[in-house]
Design a protein. Sequence first.
Length: 87
Amino acid sequence: MKILSIITQKGGAGKTTIATALAVAAEKDGLNTAILDLDDQATSCFWGDIRQGLNHAPALAVKDVKAIRLPHVLEALKSAGCDLVIL
Ligand SMILES: Nc1ncnc2c1ncn2[C@@H]1O[C@H](COP(=O)(O)OP(=O)(O)OP(=O)(O)O)[C@@H](O)[C@H]1O
Ligand SMILES: [Mg+2]
């Protein structure tokens, strides 16, 4: 399982845009992909909620997670056969 972290300070540098676009591209390439959203603003999660309601959208896991829980959640995703996690 690969882990890709997208990190800058808050303020609209494009983290959420890149994370969600890369996740969709990875899923289309056949990778079992998850987004873990560590931002309290949870914009990726809201995006995931809207996307889930679209008929054509394939399943893509988007979870909000607190940093202290990250090791446990990553282990769980690895065990579940996840190929790519985007933080
Ligand atoms: N490559 C780009 N070109 C033009 N606009 C972009 C690009 N990437 C992102 N944006 C726009 O910039 C704004 C901020 O992007 P985004 O929400 O992805 O940033 P962010 O780093 O997640 O922000 P925050 O720090 O608030 O979480 C959005 O309106 C988005 O559509
Ligand atoms: Mg963001």
